[in-house]
Structure formats: structure tokens, C-alpha cells
Design a protein around this ligand. Structure first.
Ligand SMILES: Cc1cc2nc3c(=O)[nH]c(=O)nc-3n(C[C@H](O)[C@H](O)[C@H](O)COP(=O)(O)O)c2cc1C
Length: 405
């Protein structure tokens, strides 16, 4: 599977190791992984080939690279208060290939806050993108550097958040009106994110901008600074008059505009986001030439409607799927987190949409929102609630519900 092409010397405080580098098509990413492993003190001494093969096999990002299907072909959108590390762990059990995003983190929080805590993730979550908010190129550059060092596969800039607080601080969707500032920010990120992918997530426009002009202008400006991937939430943001929630629903979607954007900028990777609810729609959008599809609320609120079919239908990677096994893995994970002081509900709440539309779904939601008892008793309550849903469902609709029939 892997050929070792040339050796690289890696220095460490206590020892010097000569290690082979796999010909995996992404030298930078692999080199960075090795460095991160060393920093975290993991012992890399051993057979070179064995180590590298092991690394490639357990790292979905590198495996996806080997297959030449970029992970951004399907991604789960960044969502504040939703896509934290526990949610991403759950989503990763449902799709091994999808690219996952963090919630937006302000660059200043990463630079001046507890970066280690804010950026912590489980290796299993990769391929993983860190979304940054901000409009100060220096702090964004510094935050990007910290993110890459922490092991994120991608750094993304938020140019689509419409919240009044964000707008007041001059970042998020308001950057659509300041493409040059967005360009400066992206340039700073690119300079500091060697080895990781870099992207920007934007809207088609804001307020009274004409999206037919504002979007290409924005994309052209950031592309001129080196950006080669843009994710477009295909609706405007109205910065006054609508709440953040309304801004995810009220302004009409224009998928056609994003398809035309790809035709205008064929050399850029253009990913589409907004209102996508099933894999048929995903397939149609990819067939129209788009490079990737990002899904937010459907993945969170009705994960079985979309995520289990992604690996096979989008990435062409067949896989076995069992709801029972996923629940069991989440219970084990929740107990591990609890041992670190994190209440079970902080993990289990992200599973509340798992049985959306099934019999006993309401009971399931109630239990996972707060299992009530800590420890084994808590996860037993979750197991029991899942069993009620699974037992209450007929075999056939169940297969249809998970898109695997
Ligand atoms: C609860 C919630 C939180 C969100 N937080 C973020 C965020 O942190 N960063 C971001 O770029 N977009 C955020 N969004 C927007 C989503 O990423 C996505 O663009 C939007 O929901 C449209 O996609 P969908 O129709 O597939 O949900 C959020 C959306 C929701 C519903």
C-alpha cells in the first residue's frame, strides 16, 4: 500500500530519529503529523515502514488523499453550539470520510485564550477543519499557525456569520462588503498555514448587494491572494432586520448562482452549502460540476437521513453500518469523557436527532438531552431508549430511513 521514498531527520529534545516518509501524495501533511506526534511525546521509534503504514491506516485524511478524492467533497458545516468535539466524534462514526468543521472560534480567543483546551480534538475526528472568525490579519495568521500546529487539516475563515455581535466587531458576513480586508486575512492565514488546506466560507452577498456582482468580486479578490477553495452558503445575509436564525432560512437560496460561479472560476474548488437535505441532491449538485457539498442542519437534526450513505455514495468507499454499534461506541466514549469530568449529557445531547421520525423518538430525545444518572446507569438509560426505538421500527422502513436500502 505504501512506498517509503526517502528518509527525513527529525529532531527531538531527547533523541534523534531517522524516519522514512511515505509517498502518500501529501508530504507536508505527513511531515506535520510526525512533528505533532513528537511534540506530544509519542514514541515513534520502531520499524519505519510499520509506523508509517500504521499512521496512514489510522488517519482518514491521509487515506482519503491516497484515493485522490478530496474530503471536502462532502462536509458537515460549522455550527455554533452544535459541532463541538463530541458532536464531531459522533458524526465521524456515521461517516469515516466526510470533512468535519469546528464551531467558529474567534482568532483572538485562540491566540490569547486557552488554545490547548479550545482546540483539543480526538484523532478519530480527522479530517478536520478549524473555522476562525475575525478580521485582523495578524491575529488570524497567528491563530492559523496555532491551529496547524494542533493538527487541523484545514483552516477556514468565516465570512458568512450575520449575528449582530459579530457584525459589530466587523467580521463574519460583513466581510462580503470588504473583499480587500478578507483578502488580507486570507493571505495572512495562507502564510501561516503551510501544510494545511485553506478555505473561506461566505454568503452570496449581504443586504442590498447584487449577488451576481458581489459574489464573483469577493471570490476573485480572495483568489488573487492565493485562496483556491471557497464554500458558498447560497443565500444572502441580511445584517439588519433578521435574527441569525431567520438568516439561515428567510433569504431565498440560489444554488444556480453557485453553479455559475464554478463555471466562471473553473480553476477554483467551489463547494456549495444551504438547504441540502439528502444524498440525491448532493449527487445532482456534484454532477453540475461543483467540487463539494456542505450540509449543516440535516446532518445535525436528522443524521441518519444523510451521513451513513456518504462514504459509499460520495467517496465510493463501501462500509458496514450498524446503529446499535454506533450507540455502543458513543456510550463507551461518553463514559470516557465522564471520567474526565464531562457530564454524559454533553456528549449524548448531540445524538438527539438520531431517531428523528421513528417511534419513541420523543423519549429518546428526552433521555439523551439528560440521562439523569451519571455513570453506567446513565448510559444504560440511553441503551434502553435506543432499544425502544429500534424495536418499535419495522425492518423495512428502518433500512429506508438510513438510506442504505
Ligand atoms: C445553530 C447554527 C449555528 C451555526 N454556526 C455557524 C458557524 O459557527 N460558522 C458558520 O460558518 N456557519 C454557521 N452556521 C451556518 C451553517 O454552517 C450553514 O451555513 C447553514 O446552516 C446553512 O446550511 P444548512 O441549510 O445545510 O443547514 C450555523 C447554523 C446554525 C443552524
Amino acid at each position: 500500500m505504501t512506498t517509503v521514498s526517502f528518509p527525513e531527520r527529525v529532531l527531538h529534545k531527547r533523541w534523534r530519529i531517522s524516519i522514512g516518509i511515505a509517498n502518500c501524495g501529501n508530504w507536508e501533511a505527513l511531515r506535520r503529523r510526525i512533528a505533532v506526534w513528537l511534540v506530544s511525546g509519542q514514541n515513534l521509534i520502531g520499524s519505519k515502514e510499520e509506523r508509517i503504514t500504521h499512521m496512514l491506516e489510522r488517519d482518514p485524511y491521509l487515506r482519503a488523499e491516497n484515493r485522490k478524492v478530496p474530503s471536502h467533497r462532502f462536509s458537515v458545516a460549522p455550527m455554533m453550539a452544535c459541532t463541538d468535539r463530541h458532536c464531531r466524534y459522533f458524526h465521524r462514526l456515521l461517516s469515516r470520510q466526510a470533512l468535519l468543521y469546528t464551531e467558529m472560534l474567534h482568532a483572538q480567543a485562540v491566540v490569547h485564550g486557552k488554545a490547548e483546551q479550545l482546540l483539543a480534538f480526538n484523532e478519530a475526528e480527522r479530517p478536520l477543519a478549524l473555522q476562525l472568525g475575525g478580521s485582523d490579519p495578524r491575529s488570524l495568521g497567528e491563530a492559523a499557525r496555532i491551529g496547524v500546529e494542533a493538527g487541523y487539516n484545514e483552516i477556514n475563515l468565516n465570512a458568512g456569520c450575520p449575528s449582530p455581535r459579530v457584525r459589530k466587531c466587523n467580521f463574519g458576513a460583513v466581510l462580503m462588503t470588504m473583499p480587500d480586508v478578507a483578502g488580507d486575512c486570507m493571505e495572512a492565514i495562507l502564510e501561516n498555514a503551510a501544510g494545511a488546506s485553506v478555505s473561506v466560507k461566505c454568503r452570496i452577498g449581504v443586504d442590498n448587494q447584487d449577488p451576481n456582482q458581489a459574489l464573483p468580486r469577493f471570490v476573485e479578490t480572495v483568489a488573487s491572494r492565493g485562496v483556491d477553495r471557497v464554500i458558498v452558503h447560497a443565500r444572502k445575509a441580511l445584517l439588519s432586520g433578521l435574527s441569525p436564525k431567520q438568516n439561515h432560512n428567510v433569504p431565498p437560496l440560489d444554488h444556480g448562482l453557485v453553479v455559475r460561479l464554478k463555471q466562471q472560476f473553473p480553476h477554483l474548488a467551489i463547494c456549495i452549502n444551504g438547504g441540502i437535505t439528502d444524498l440525491e441532491q448532493v449527487g445532482k449538485l456534484l454532477d453540475q460540476g461543483l467540487d463539494g457539498v456542505m450540509v449543516g442542519r440535516t446532518a445535525y437534526n436528522r443524521p441518519l437521513a444523510i451521513l451513513p450513505g456518504v462514504d459509499e455514495q460520495v467517496f465510493g468507499v463501501p462500509r458496514q453500518f450498524s446503529i446499535e454499534r454506533i450507540i455502543e461506541e458513543m456510550c463507551t466514549y461518553a463514559l470516557r469523557q465522564e471520567a474526565r469530568g464531562i457530564p454524559i449529557r454533553q456528549v449524548s445531547r448531540h445524538m438527539s436527532g438520531l431517531f428523528a421520525g421513528w417511534p419513541h423518538a420523543r423519549n429518546w430525545r428526552r433521555v439523551v438531552s439528560d440521562p439523569g444518572i451519571p455513570g453506567e446507569g446513565g448510559v444504560d438509560a440511553i441503551r434502553e431508549a435506543a432499544k425502544r426505538c429500534l424495536d418499535g421500527s419495522q425492518t423495512e422502513p428502518r433500512a429506508v430511513a438510513i438510506g442504505m436500502a
